[in-house]
Design a protein. Structure first.
Length: 258
């Protein structure tokens, strides 16, 4: 069985405190996994100088740990000059930092809500799956641990219901912060991706499924981190409006046209 090669983008913005702990866990897990071979691209989305220094130090420490252990994985740090959003960071990381030999492209949030061990557990499934898309899913079931506030859970389910009513994607959780895609599939739609922030998840899933890509959701552990900037009552309405605009834009553009 061939060894999968993965490029995963970790977008970060002023996450110096969280990033260090997450990368330490990620590198520790990586040292005991020879497959798949992963290139981790940490994209600093215009963090302030103090946070940038902290994040660079965290990446250097994790990269040194991989090297000392003789692990086949590598880690790179890229920085954009101004904050553009999670979606833009992911697209930029895929375009500028991907290993040319990668058969899979992915992303994972760098705040540690999805534990590093979950990345490696799901990544280990890539060699045997026939799916083109493998998505983490925050669904509480036997063997999995999910902790979210009641507000975030209810808001998430209402949002997912609205997304499904518009796009008919068949996903339980489009917004989970960890996804894997066959790189050949992503390359075919990369020039068409326009979403700079959190709607990239829906945009890429919609474009790929319209193109015939197959998908599977994998239940994962997830533990909500504090510090959300969402404003109760206001931001949920803005989210729905932006999703409706995305739906209209994709509906007006044929799947085969850039």
């Amino acid at each position: 069985m061939s060894v999968a090669r993965v490029t995963t983008v970790m977008p970060t913005f002023n996450e110096g405190g969280r990033l260090g702990a997450f990368l330490e866990d990620w590198a520790t897990a990586a040292c005991v996994h020879a497959s798949p071979v992963v290139t981790a691209v940490i994209v600093d989305d215009g963090s302030n100088p103090q946070e940038e220094a902290s994040q660079r130090a965290a990446v250097n420490a994790a990269a040194a740990r991989l090297q000392d252990a003789g692990a086949p994985h590598r880690m790179a740090y890229l920085r954009t000059e101004r904050n553009q959003g999670k979606g833009a960071s992911i697209r930029w990381g895929w375009s500028h930092g991907a290993d040319p030999a990668s058969t899979w492209w992915s992303f994972i949030d760098a705040d540690g809500a999805v534990p590093a061990a979950e990345f490696w557990r799901v990544a280990s499934m890539l060699c045997s799956t026939r799916a083109d898309i493998v998505c983490g899913s925050r669904v509480l079931m036997a063997g999995r641990s999910v902790s979210r506030s009641l507000f975030r859970h209810l808001q998430g389910r209402a949002f997912a219901t609205f997304v499904e009513s518009l796009f008919h994607l068949g996903f339980y959780d489009t917004q989970c912060g960890m996804k894997f895609f066959r790189s050949s599939a992503v390359r075919s739609v990369l020039p068409k991706l326009q979403e700079d922030r959190w709607l990239l998840d829906i945009e890429i899933l919609a474009l790929l499924t319209r193109a015939g890509a197959s998908a599977v959701e994998v239940p994962i552990d997830c533990h909500e981190r504090g510090g959300s900037s969402l404003v109760f009552g206001i931001d949920p309405i803005r989210m729905l409006v932006r999703v409706a605009r995305l739906h209209r834009r994709l509906r007006e553009r044929p799947a085969g046209r850039a």
